[in-house]
Design a protein around this ligand. Structure first.
Ligand SMILES: NC(=O)c1ccc[n+]([C@@H]2O[C@H](COP(=O)([O-])OP(=O)(O)OC[C@H]3O[C@@H](n4cnc5c(N)ncnc54)[C@H](OP(=O)(O)O)[C@@H]3O)[C@@H](O)[C@H]2O)c1
Length: 254
């Protein structure tokens, strides 16, 4: 079947909700066996059962990827229990916005530990498996998809450390792309605008209302819209690498 991911294995971090959950469903429907990782095991198990009932294969992995050991374990369990690793979607992330002045710096640590360290540790652990998959798969390539944001391209007042992490994701993805291009690991940065997910639930009171107010009058993206873009990227022939996908709601300006 054209665009099939039959025979491949994908690991998706942050798959217990939002973009990650939708991506797991879409990649499984294309034939990939999926490992779904996050901290909320019950949600992962529910998703894995649903994917299983649809005739596909999913493995739920409880993992807090801010802990390097758990990030490595998530990768190793995927390769061991599903047999290989072809695609990593580094999606887990938090957006804890607010002014720099008087910021609870514990929020900064959480974003740096997850959006940056969690992502780079997962990618690093996956490299040997991805190189092996690129060599021996029918597709002739492997994929790392890193979820950045419009905030990885445009900095705004009140978003300094989130911007820092997402600009960092962009820089790491491009360096990764150059390092592994000749060995056929493709690197794709996905930069969504506003997506209707749980992301803003974790904002402090006051900031939550401000951020939600900014997008109140527009039709936000659904998680499935972003998942479709990810599925498109990883189903191209091996010689086509979608390096960067900026995907905004039609009505979103900045
Ligand atoms: N929604 C948007 O408007 C938007 C726009 C641009 C970019 N993004 C990016 O899209 C990505 C996904 O976010 P989303 O919008 O889908 O939000 P979401 O529904 O809140 O999903 C975030 C995911 O990250 C997981 N996570 C949080 N902390 C974790 C940890 N320590 N270890 C492992 N997993 C962890 C959460 O699961 P657990 O709590 O179960 O661990 C959840 O599955 C993020 O990188 C975000 O920055 C979102």
């Amino acid at each position: 079947m054209a665009n099939s991911l039959e025979g491949t294995v994908a690991l998706i971090t942050g798959a217990s909700s939002g973009i990650g959950e939708a991506t797991a469903r879409v990649l499984a429907a294309r034939g990939a066996k999926v490992a779904v990782a996050a901290r909320r095991l019950e949600r992962l198990e529910r998703l894995a059962s649903e994917i299983g009932r649809a005739g596909h294969t999913a493995l739920a992995i409880q993992s807090d990827i801010t802990d390097r050991r758990q990030a490595i374990e998530a990768v190793e369990r995927t390769a061991e229990e599903l047999g290989r690793l072809d695609i990593v979607v580094n999606n887990a992330g938090q957006m804890l916005l607010g002014p720099i002045e008087d910021a609870p710096t514990e929020e900064w640590d959480r974003m740096i530990d997850l959006n940056l360290k969690g992502l780079i540790n997962t990618a690093h652990a996956a490299v040997p498996h991805l190189l092996a998959a690129a060599e021996d798969s029918e597709r002739g390539c492997a994929d790392v998809v890193n979820i950045s944001s419009v905030a990885g391209r445009i900095a705004r007042s009140g978003s300094g450390v989130y911007n820092l992490t997402k600009f960092g994701v962009g820089a790491f993805s491009e360096s990764f792309r150059q390092e592994f291009a000749s060995r056929r690991i493709r690197s794709t940065i996905v930069e969504p605008g506003a997506v209707d997910t749980e992301l803003t639930d974790h904002l402090r009171d006051g900031i939550k209302e401000q951020v939600r107010g900014r997008f109140a009058d527009i039709k936000a993206l659904e998680s499935e819209d972003v998942a479709d873009a990810i599925a498109y990227a990883v189903t191209r022939p091996w010689h086509v690498s979608l390096n960067e996908i900026l995907i905004r709601p039609t009505e979103q300006l900045g």
